[in-house]
Design a protein around this ligand. Structure first.
Ligand SMILES: Nc1ncnc2c1ncn2[C@@H]1O[C@H](COP(=O)(O)OP(=O)(O)O)[C@@H](O)[C@H]1O
Ligand SMILES: [Mg+2]
Length: 251
């Protein structure tokens, strides 16, 4: 469960996140959908405990990220939009390093590394340096690290950017399997097809606030046209901002 309560982030006079409240229950894949600059990454950094909110609260599986950060982070996986990976480590070393950060016990680490490498189709690269990896392989490695410690809540910032169709298909299957196991996933995207295909519910974010929320069907119904494409709903709700992203998404 991921709970955001009236989350606000101001930079001087500029409000990047303007009172976001949201609950992602166990087993839900929730799409956080909006144009560039909407406040998605800022929100995720606050939920992950990397950025202090101006006001508001974040609970991860009931633990407050501000007052109980260790408990909150233990059950949280975070995949940032521009992850940092130590290029001089092998895939296996990277996963073991991550397991160490989360205090995983020695005896469970080997089995879990093997399991994660297999799940993300990286088994053959266990002993190769990360610096030789393609973008898609790095992305899968970062995801395998984020799932290593069996988080019950996962944040993923723009996971589909730059993936080939096979990579995208794999990530979709993994996310679905995780939600079937009861994991709550909050995923940002500006790719409408991704949200439409994958998400149980979506929140449409514009200028730091949620302007629409529900299933894709419910969000569509807000425009009064049951069969409208989400693309046109998004255009209507955002008053045409984010056009460039939409062009990219539908191209
Ligand atoms: N450190 C910062 N200082 C000032 N403004 C920031 C800072 N970080 C982000 N912003 C601004 O906050 C807004 C939201 O950014 P961001 O959360 O990255 O949006 P998104 O991920 O939806 O594209 C943008 O206008 C961005 O320029
Ligand atoms: Mg972003």
């Amino acid at each position: 469960m991921i709970t955001l309560q009236n989350l606000v982030k101001r930079y001087g006079a500029f409000t990047a996140v303007d009172g976001i409240s949201l609950e992602v229950p166990p087993g839900e894949l929730h799409g956080f959908l909006g144009p560039n600059g909407a406040g998605k990454s800022t929100t995720f950094r606050m939920v992950a405990g990397l950025l202090k909110p101006t006001s508001g609260r974040v609970l991860v599986n009931g633990a407050d990220i501000a007052t109980e950060p260790e408990a909150a982070k233990r059950s949280l996986g975070f995949i940032p939009d521009r992850p940092f990976i130590y290029e001089k480590l092998t895939a296996g070393e990277f996963l073991r390093f991550h397991a160490g950060l989360y205090g995983m016990a020695g005896h469970e680490v080997d089995a879990r590394v093997t399991e994660m490498l297999r799940l993300f189709e990286l088994t053959a690269w266990e002993h190769q340096l990360v610096e030789s990896f393609s973008h898609g392989m790095k992305q899968r490695l970062v995801m395998s690290a984020a799932f290593m410690h069996r988080p019950r809540a996962v944040l993923v910032d723009e996971p589909m950017v730059g993936l080939d169709p096979r990579g995208a298909q794999l990530i979709k299957a993994v996310f679905r399997r995780m939600t079937d196991l009861g994991v709550a996933i909050l995923m940002s995207t500006h790719t409408l097809e991704v949200a439409e295909e994958m998400c149980d519910r979506v929140s449409i974010v514009l200028k730091g606030t949620i302007i629409a929320q529900g299933t894709v069907g419910q969000v569509r119904a807000l425009t009064g046209s049951a069969d409208a494409q989400l693309t046109s709903v998004f255009l209507t709700l955002t008053g045409g901002s984010g056009l460039q992203e939409i062009d990219e998404a539908v191209a």
